[in-house]
Design a protein around this ligand. Sequence first.
Ligand code: GDP
Ligand code: MG
Length: 824
Amino acid sequence: MRLSELHTGDKAYIVKVNGSGAFRKRLLEMGFVRGQEVKSILNAPLKDPIKYNIMEYEVSLRRSEAVMIEISMVKYDLPKYEQPTSEKDTDDSVVTAQTSKLSQQKDSKIITVALVGNPNSGKTSIFNIASGSHEHVGNYSGVTVDSKEGKLKHKGYTIKLVDLPGTYSLSAYTPEELFVRKYILEKEPNIIINVVSASSLERNMYLTTELMELKAPMVIALNMFDELKGSGREFDYERLSEMIDTPIIPTIGKKGFGIPAMLDKIVEMYEKGNKNDSNNVHISYGRVLEKAIYRLDQQFANTDVSHLNMPLRYICIKLLENDKDIRQIVSTLTNHKDIFARVERERKYIENLLREDAESAFTNARYGFVAGGLRETLSEKTTSSETTRILDTIVTNKYIGFPLFFVFMWVMFEATFTLGSYPMEWIEWVVQLIGNFIRANMSDGPLKDLLVDGIVGGVGGVIVFLPNIVILYAFISFMEDSGYMARAAFIMDKVMHKIGLHGKSFIPLVMGFGCNVPAILATRTIESRSSRMITMLINPLMSCSARLPIYILFVSAFFPKHASMALFAIYLFGILLAVILSKLFRKTLFKQENTPFVMELPPYRMPTVKSTITHMWDKSRQYLQKMGGIILIASIVIWFLGYFPHNKATERTFDEQVEQTANLFMKGQITSQKQDSLVAGIEVMRASTHQENSYIGQIGHFIEPVMRPLGFDWKITVSIITGMAAKEIVVSTLGVLYPGDPQNQESLQTRIKNEKYSDGMPVFTPIVVVAFLLFVLIYFPCIATIVAIKQESGSWKWGLFTIVYTTSLAWFIAFIAYQIGMLF
Ligand code: GDP
Ligand code: MG
C-alpha cells in the first residue's frame, strides 16, 4: 500500500521509500524510515499537498510524492540487524585534530561558539537573548539566510556567538547543510551548541548524531523545555547526557531560562581543553555497516588524511553514503581510485546483506540510535497540541483557507498605508522645520544649498517612510514567527505548482515585499535548483518596501480617494507579471524536473513581543543605514550634479532682468505687486534653466528621447537612473529636482502636483503617474538585489539577465499603459 492511499485520520507504518536521489534522501532524513508510525492528518484545500504526522511533528508531502512511500497497516518488524548502541570508543586514533584545536587557541580568551540546529529549534531566540544588547550584530551578508554574529562577555571570556542557518542534517544536500558543515570543519568553532527542540526530540536528534560523528566539542541546549513540561512527559536528559557523553542543558530560548548555565558549561568545556578527550562515544551502526566502515578504514591505512580535518571514521561513513562533497575532497588523495573501488564494493555488500541501499541503512541506523536512547529516557509520546490542530483545521480549510489568507494580506497593506500615515505626517513636519530653520539662519552659498536641498531634502524625503516599513515588517515577522507562513506555503503549494513553482517559493516571494535581498537569500531553502532560479528571477517583481515610498508619494497625491486600492493594484500587477514570467521561464529556461515538496509545519507559537520588535528594529536599522550610507552619498552626488556647473553669464542675464523690474517700479511704471510677481517668474525661470543646464540635466536630456514615448520628462528620467542604486533614491531625487517655490517649503507631493511644462501643461497627469509607477515596479531592482542574484545563482549571467529583462519589460509595459491611456 502507498502512503498516498492512507485515509485522513488513519495510521500506518513505513515499509520503504522508493525513488532516488536527493529527494529520497531528504524523506529519509525527515524521518520516513522503516517501521516509523505515520498518520495522515489533513488535506490542503486544493487536495494537494497532504499533511502527515511523523515523529511528533508535521510535514506536508505532495500526493505524487506520497505515492513513492510504501506503507503497511501493521507494525513492521524492526531492522533485522542488531539494534545500534552507543559505545565508548577505545581507539584513540579516532579522536582527531578537532578536539586538540580546543587547547591550541585556549589562551586567546575568545571562545567562538556556533549555534547549530533544526529550523525552528530556537537558535535565533537563544542567540538574541545571549548576545543581549545587539552589540556588533552583523549579517553574514550573502552567505546565509539568517546567520548573525554577536559577542558577549562571560566569566572573563569574550564569547563570539554565531547563529547558523537551520538544517535537518549535515549531508551536502541543501546549500544550508553544506554551509553549516563547511563552517564547522573550516572555521572550527571552539564549541558547538546543538540547539535541540524538546518538542520533537527524535527528529532533532538526528542532526545531533551527525554532529557527534564530526567529533566537534559540543553542548546540547535542550530548548523548548517549557513545551516539554507542558506536554506532561518525563525526560531523563541527565541520563541521556551520560549515554552520549555530551552535556545537555535545558533552556527556554524565548525567556532566557538556562542560558547562563549554558554559558557556564561552554567556559568550563573550553577551560578543560582536551585534557579529557571530549567525546569518545561513537554511534555503532550494527554489524554489517561497522564491517563496511572498518574495511574502508583499512583502505586508508597508508594514506594521510589529517589535512582533511575530519575524523577518518566520518570520511568513511560519508563515502559509503555517497556524499558528493566528501567524494570530491577524497578525490584529491593519490590513491583515491582504490578507495572509490572499495567504497563501491562495500556499498554492494551492504545492499546485499541488509536488502536496502547504504543511504537508508545509515539513516535508519542513526534513527535507531536516537530511538534507542530516547526509549530509555523519554516517557510516552503525546500527539500534537490541541491549539495547533484546531488552528490548522481553520487556516487550511477548503473554504475559508484562501479568503482568510487574502484578508490577512489586505489587512497588512491597509495597516501599512493608513496606520503609517500618522507618524509619517509628524516626521514630515519635523523635516520641514529643520529645512526652514537652516534656510532662515544660514548665509547664502553652496553650503547652505547643499544642506537644505541635498541633505535635508534628499534624506528627509526618505526618512518619512520609515513608519510604513516598520509596520510592514511587523506583519512579516509575525507571520514567520507564529508558524503561519508555513501554512501559507502549504495551502499555496497547488497554486504555486501550477505556475511551475513550489509551495516553499511562496515564502521568499512574500519576503520580497519587504526587501528582495533577504528574499533572494531565502530561496536557498528550496531544494530544486530550477525552482530556486525561477523564484529568484521573478522575485524583483515582488514590490519591495523601498519602492513603497514612491507609490505612497504618487498614490496619495493623485489617487487619494482610492489609495489602498491603488496600492493593492500595483502589488497585484507585480504578482500577475511574476506568474506569467514564471510560467515562461519554466517553459523556456528551466524545463526539467518536478519539484519535491517536503515541508515541515511547525506548531503554532505566539511570537513574543520581544522577537517581533527585534526583527522590526533590525529591518528599520538596515533601512536607516542604507539611508545614512548609499542614500546620503547619492543625495549629495545628485545635488552636486544638479547644482553645477554654474554658468555666470546666464546668472547675470537673470540678475539684469531682476534689476530691470526694479527700475520699472522706481519709474512708477508698475506697482509693487506687479514687480513681485515678475521677480518670482524670473526666479522660477532661473532655477529651471539652471537645472536644465546642469550635469544631471544633460544626462537626463540625453536619455529623454528613449523615455518620451512613456510620457516621462528628463527629471523623471533622472530619478529613474538614480533609483538603480536603491529605489528609495527615486524619491530623494525627485525632492531635489522639483524644488518648487523656493520661498515656501511645500511638501514634495504639492510640488509634484504643481509642476508644469513651460507651456503650462502639468508634468504629472494620472496617466503619466500610472506609467511611471509601473516602470518603477518592474525595472532594474537595485544593485544589492543584482549582487544577491549573482551570488545565489553563482554567476553574473543571471544578474545581467535580470537587469535586461526587467528593464525592457518595464519600458514595454509603461509604453503600452501610456499609449493606451492617451487614447482616451
Ligand atoms: P530558529 O529557526 O532555530 O532560529 O528558531 P527561532 O529562534 O526563530 O524560534 C522559532 C520559534 O520558537 C519562535 O516563535 C520562538 O519564539 C519560539 N521559541 C524559541 N525558543 C522557545 C522556547 O524555549 N519555548 C517556546 N515555547 N518557544 C520558543
Ligand atoms: Mg533563526
